[in-house]
Design a protein. Structure first.
Length: 198
């Protein structure tokens, strides 16, 4: 049986000098995507987890589409060759919109401010009804534990609804994450946030 998503956008960090566990997970994620025939959509980076992720896909015969904004398209930062496709867009906002457009689902791996921004933009678009695409969080090395605790606090204090907790899933390994993602069901009652039917 074929995997239900043809293209997955992955958000992750570009910092160097990280713990080896993060690089290993990124390489494995790339390998698993390629093995399932899933096209990677990502931010075109050649450093940090972004570079390892793309390497994992390409070394295993997969497709990679990179989307980079003007100003961050230097050869020191992005793959200027070797990707299946590279798009240079006007700015970071267009980059995010383009990645969302191209993807059937999303994965957030460990990263910094940019990754958090991308993760929550996708969740916000789902929350307000602009899309119905799943988000998965790869919680390597417990990296997202505190963030997941904060989401639980946001729910318990009433800032988000129960169905908003169903807009994403989380696993600690690429294989488990992709298996869970294959069976994901988008919550049916997401619209009550917009009409305030409490």
């Amino acid at each position: 049986m074929s995997y239900p998503y043809r293209s997955i956008c992955v958000f992750c960090g570009s910092a160097d000098g990280l713990h080896q566990a993060y690089y290993d997970a990124a390489l494995e994620m790339g390998k698993q995507l390629a093995g399932r025939g899933i096209r990677l959509v990502y931010g075109a980076g050649r450093t940090g987890l972004m570079g390892a992720l793309a390497q994992g896909v390409l070394e295993n015969g997969g497709e990679v589409i990179g989307i980079a904004p003007k100003g961050l398209e230097s050869p020191q930062l992005i793959h200027t060759s070797g990707l299946t496709s590279l798009e240079i867009v006007e700015d970071i906002q267009v980059r995010k919109a383009r990645m969302i457009e191209l993807a059937d689902a999303f994965i957030a791996m460990p990263g910094g401010y940019g990754t958090a921004d991308e993760l929550f933009e996708v969740l916000t678009w789902s929350q307000i009804g602009l899309q119905r695409k799943p988000m998965a969080i790869l919680n390597t090395n417990g990296y997202f534990d505190s963030l997941l605790d904060w989401v639980s606090r946001a729910f318990s204090d009433g800032f988000i609804y129960d169905e908003h907790l169903q807009l994403f899933l989380s696993e600690s390994t690429p294989v488990a994450l992709l298996e869970e993602l294959a069976n994901y069901q988008f919550p049916d009652n997401i619209g009550r946030w917009l009409v305030r039917d409490n």
